[in-house]
Design a protein around this ligand. Structure first.
Ligand code: PRX
Length: 677
């Protein structure tokens, strides 16, 4: 059985590959769980999957019946790849499915968002209240001149207003682009300018590990170089908690007159006409753009992944319902940040379109202590927890005593997303957090896929630790060799999706050509995921990791080229190469090799300066784990940096294996391998 592909980029937590190779345990759902589940047997899953592939119109007609279409769709899909359209002829307003449709039922007064701030403040918004807030913010956006099709950047932390902001944009047909609050001013500026946002929604500050992250001040630095932005709408989060110090210094939220507006002030006086339109919003075409979300690819420039209205909603809706087996009494808690796709699909659109109650937590999982999440689960009675392997590995490191102090018996289902989960972390999650009774859904998907593509439906399929299971409904997955021939069971290859699906990205903003070349040229009319994988004899998928120049560091997708272009923009850096190294906690750690310009020495001060430069250019989450100075980088005779060798050196190899015949100067390699970090 092969676990690696032909590419050098397939690494993750050190124990994973070995234990994956040995892993053959099966964990079926308990009869009690299966008995109550939406899909309660493997036969039922198989029958539904068959319909979804053979008669997609029938499947999607039935599964989208509870969504609100103003004009029903006439044709399920048509494509001339890479262009594809779904639910043709339909018009809809996504927020009617997420909000309005619940107001006429018992869901009206049910909690939509149970928010817990890091300082401990708790606030609940019912569906009625969330709808009211969204209508108000939509009216304010209209008053500030935002029109359908305009782009709005959202730079916020994890507060209910972030969801309100996204939905308010969708309500009026504006295209939101959420930028993760950990990005720096420079990264925010580039994203705002790339999508041409004319308005930014931000907040004064966000609580993080007892400190205040001054989001508005960071946004201000970005807004100094975004001429097209007319307004910033600012939510007062810190103002509300009443604390005015950050890091012991007075905290301020400077406002620029004429440009900046406090949400709390604006919300008092929306115009009647805007309120009227926000209450009775327009419907938009099924393919109207819903959001742009930037993610990393294999060049230095982030990709603005564009999702559209009906297909995305349908994907998020149906996957949330089945993968999390949502039931009326559930309290669902997804620990992702709203700045990533998981936050979009599985904090906002999917749970709300299903009328679920969700818990949203603002801060760090280890603040004030390492049992914060378990305390939240116990106090609120969380029933479904969706988190990432990197977080699970931290919990393991912090010790069993933290979860064991708490009553976690409310949990009935656990989820994992973002990177391969090593079987050791899986079994710990299952035993210590799930008490041995909760199924685990390991969900494989991407920013580009919009919704979960592979997992084990929790009441229907057994799981195998480390495998993300079987294709979701409508998803035609395959693992193939370089030229598209299918791999044998167990053989490593490229993970592809053989036909379009409703929630797939439609294009990359401003870069149609890159969309076509990045995803659709490996095989004709087949979507290439960028991942290496194998499929075992039971049809279970084992994703090994990226096989392009993208790293997965603590579940964050980081492009090596992005890091490199940030590094070479430092005045002392001549050349740089970024590679991944297996890391027990982060999955992959980021190691950079740097050559300095003449006259500069590789000192601890220089390391500090380079680290701070990355903080500034991208954000602290992209900080290298190791910086290695070198006189030269190993290159092929044609001048290409030999990353494969650097990866081996980064992983600690003294004498890199494999073909070095194209290496221009072998002495570079010898020197590198003997260098201390
Ligand atoms: O390599 C795969 C990995 O994360 C990549 C997608 O990253 P992003 O677009 O940031 O979306 C993350 C959240 C969906 C994939 O190409 N990945 C995601 N989920 C899994 C995974 N690898 C293995 N198992 C997973 N469950």
């Amino acid at each position: 059985m092969a676990t690696s592909t032909d590419s050098p980029e397939t690494t993750h937590a050190t124990d994973s590959i070995e234990s994956h190779q040995k892993e053959d345990r099966r964990f079926p759902p308990s009869p009690t769980f299966a008995g109550r589940a939406r899909v309660g047997s493997h036969a039922e899953y198989t029958a539904m999957y068959k319909t979804s592939i053979e008669e997609p119109e029938v499947f999607w007609r039935e599964e989208t019946e509870d969504l609100v279409f103003r004009t029903p769709w006439k044709n399920f899909s048509s494509w001339e790849l890479p262009k594809a359209r779904f639910f043709e002829g339909a018009t809809l307003n996504v927020t009617e499915s997420c909000l309005d449709r619940h107001l006429g039922s018992g869901t009206r007064n049910k909690a939509a968002i149970v928010f817990e701030g890091e300082p401990g403040d708790v606030r609940t918004l019912t569906y009625f209240e969330l709808h009211r807030e969204v209508v108000k913010m939509a009216a304010i956006l209209l008053d500030l001149g935002v029109k359908s099709g305009d782009r709005v950047a959202i730079y916020m932390g994890m507060v209910p207003e972030a969801a309100v902001a996204m939905l308010a944009c969708a309500r009026i047909g504006a295209v939101h682009s959420v930028v993760f609050g950990g990005f720096s001013a420079e990264a925010l500026r580039d994203r705002i300018n790339d999508c041409g946002a004319t308005l930014v929604i931000t907040q004064d500050g966000a609580w993080r590990r007892g400190s205040i992250l001054p989001l508005k001040q960071i946004a201000d630095a970005a807004l100094a170089q975004t001429p097209q932005v007319k307004h910033a709408l600012v939510v007062q989060r810190i103002g509300k908690t009443g604390d005015t110090t950050a890091h012991g210094k007075p905290f301020s939220c400077p406002m620029t007159t004429g440009r900046d507006v406090f949400w709390e002030d604006a919300a008092k006086t929306p115009s009647t006409a805007s309120l009227q339109l926000a209450r009775n919003p327009h419907a938009f075409d099924a393919e109207h753009p819903l959001f742009i979300l930037y993610t990393s690819g294999s060049t230095g420039k982030p990709k603005g992944v564009l999702h559209t209205t009906a297909g995305y909603l349908a994907g998020a809706h149906v996957t949330t319902k089945y993968v999390f087996d949502l039931q009326e009494q559930d309290l669902y808690f997804c620990t992702a940040d709203i700045g990533w796709v998981t936050g979009h699909s599985y904090i906002v659109y999917g749970p709300l379109s299903n009328g679920a109650s969700m818990l949203m937590y603002e801060g760090a999982p280890n603040f004030p202590e390492q049992d914060r999440l378990w305390d939240i689960v116990e106090r609120h009675g969380v029933t479904i927890l969706y988190t990432a392997p990197t977080a699970i590995r931290s919990f393991i490191r912090w010790g069993d005593d933290w979860p064991n102090k708490h009553d976690l018996s409310s949990l009935r289902l656990l989820g994992s997303v973002g990177e391969p989960i090593n079987p050791e972390a899986w079994t710990w999650y299952h035993r210590v957090i799930g008490g041995g009774r909760c199924p685990i859904v390991d969900t494989w998907w991407q920013t580009e896929t919009g919704s979960i593509m592979a997992t084990t439906l929790p009441g229907a399929c057994y799981s195998k630790p480390g495998s993300c299971g079987l294709p979701f409904f409508g998803v035609d997955l395959a693992v193939v060799k370089d030229h598209g021939e299918p791999c044998a069971p167990g053989e490593g290859g490229k993970l592809v999706i053989k036909r379009p699906w409703p929630s797939m990205a439609r294009t990359l903003w401003n870069d149609e050509a890159r969309y076509a070349s990045a995803y659709w040229t490996v095989m004709p009319d087949v979507y290439f995921t960028g991942d290496g994988a194998r499929m075992d004899q039971d049809g279970y998928l084992w994703v090994v990791g990226r096989i392009d120049d993208v790293l997965n560091v603590s579940g964050h997708r980081i492009g090596t080229a992005e890091i490199e272009s940030a590094l070479v923009s430092h005045p002392s850096v001549a050349e740089a190469a970024a590679v991944g190294r297996p890391d027990d906690l982060k999955g992959q750690a980021l190691v950079v090799f740097v050559t300095l310009k003449g006259g500069h020495a590789g000192s601890p001060e220089m390391k500090k300066a380079i680290t701070e430069h990355i903080d500034k250019e991208i954000g602290k989450f992209a900080r290298p784990d190791a910086i290695r100075f070198t006189d030269a980088l190993p290159k092929t005779r044609s001048g290409k940096i030999m990353r494969r060798l650097l990866k081996e050196v980064a992983a600690g190899a003294k004498a890199p294996q494999g073909d070095t015949s194209t290496l221009e100067d072998l002495s570079v390699l010898a020197k590198l391998s003997s260098d201390e970090e």
